[in-house]
Ligand binder design. Structure first.
Ligand code: PLP
Length: 360
């Protein structure tokens, strides 16, 4: 591709050429032996990445499709939505758009969700069937303490299902679907998994699959029970995105070859480096103790011109991200996810320093 910049934006992320090229393999039928072989390679790798022995599914959609799948399949009437950023807010809107009685729990942007806040909210709504939570808020750079929240909910409200958006964390930060007792975990292909956009993946607990049986109007395209029926014979209900699955097959093998723990650790180290730099030069939007491993939301109290900085970076073959929505101008974001390596981060920070030396 002609002069595509290196992406330090929180998705789509940089896709290695070998993975992009895998999409060019010859087409196969989706009701064929070849497809079932591909399906049966992908499923155990996805289970390893989600850390589950339960059901995993992939769909030809972006993560938003699985937000819809989660609330349509697993909520009959009432769901409690934790909101500490733009994506938590959007999942809440998706629940409302699907006719659910959704209770918003709003927490200041930049702050992490505390388990006590979740318990208190659930205490006020004993008829809630599920909670939605965004593990890593891409709009603010906050990573919520998912393990602690899930443990508290499982202890105090064992019937409540835990629905998790891990769009910008799965593959880049620790997440244990089974060990943490999560019921539905979804992600998109274009973030920490470093695939092109167009696929979304989820893990579903056994009790969530049982719950789906009691929920009417699960919709058609994202009906988990239909997906499970087809999965049992190594197929998908509708025509899958076969080219993207070729890329996923190879990339998942590469991720597991790096080792999931090693991959998390690489992300943690890059976050530590970028956040130490940002603290010294600017400040951080996310509160201490709740900062993301996969992206850094840098505060911009000096009001530097992020557009001009990005033009400079673009000439160096790199691009970063402006602040999200209401945070535009007040923050800018550096993603260190997917296949970004520590040396890329060093090169980026050196370029930013060069620009700051003249423009600060
Ligand atoms: C945390 C989070 N959730 C959901 C989404 C929406 O995902 P998609 O664009 O794949 O539909 C995004 C996109 O950036 C995100 O960052």
């Amino acid at each position: 591709m002609e002069n595509a910049p290196m992406l330090f934006i929180p998705g789509p992320t940089y896709v290695p050429e070998e993975i992009a090229r895998a999409q060019a393999r010859p087409m196969i039928g989706h009701r064929s032996r070849e497809f079932t072989a591909l399906f049966e390679r992908i499923v155990p790798r996805l289970q390893a990445i989600f850390r589950t022995r339960g059901r995993v599914f992939f769909v030809a959609a972006s993560g938003t499709g699985l937000w819809e799948a989660a609330v349509r399949n697993l909520v009959r009437r009432k769901v409690l939505c934790l909101i500490n950023g733009a994506f938590g807010e959007r999942w809440y809107q998706v629940a409302l758009a699907n006719g659910k009685e959704a209770v918003p729990v709003s927490i200041e942007w930049g702050k992490g969700v505390r388990p006590e806040q979740v318990l208190e909210a659930l205490g006020g709504h004993p008829d809630v069937e599920a909670i939605t939570i965004v593990h890593n808020e891409t709009s603010t750079g906050v990573m919520n303490p998912l393990q602690e929240i899930a443990a508290a909910v499982r202890r105090a409200f064992p019937e409540v299902l835990i629905l998790v958006d891990a769009v910008s964390s799965l593959g880049g930060a620790p997440l244990e679907t089974d060990a943490w007792g999560l019921d539905f975990v979804l992600t998109s292909s274009q973030k920490c998994l470093a695939l092109p956009p167009g696929l979304a993946f989820c893990a579903v607990s056994g009790r969530a699959m049982e719950k789906a049986k009691e929920v009417p109007h699960r919709g058609y395209y994202f009906d988990l029970l239909t997906m499970a029926r087809y999965a049992d014979r190594g197929e998908t209900p509708a025509t899958p995105a076969i080219s993207l699955l070729y890329a996923a097959d190879l990339q998942f093998a590469r991720i597991l070859e790096e080792g999931l723990e090693a991959r998390w650790e690489r992300h943690r180290r890059m976050a530590e480096r970028v956040q130490a730099w940002a603290m010294e030069r600017f400040g951080l939007f996310a509160e201490e103790g709740y900062r993301s491993w996969t992206l850094t939301c840098v505060a911009n109290p000096k009001g530097i011109d992020v557009g001009a900085l990005n033009e400079f970076l673009r000439a160096r073959g790199k691009v970063i991200s402006s602040g999200y929505g209401p945070l535009k101008g007040k923050t800018f974001r550096i993603a260190h996810m997917g296949e970004i390596q520590p040396h890329h981060i060093e090169e980026l920070l050196a370029d930013i320093e060069e620009w700051l030396a003249v423009h600060e």
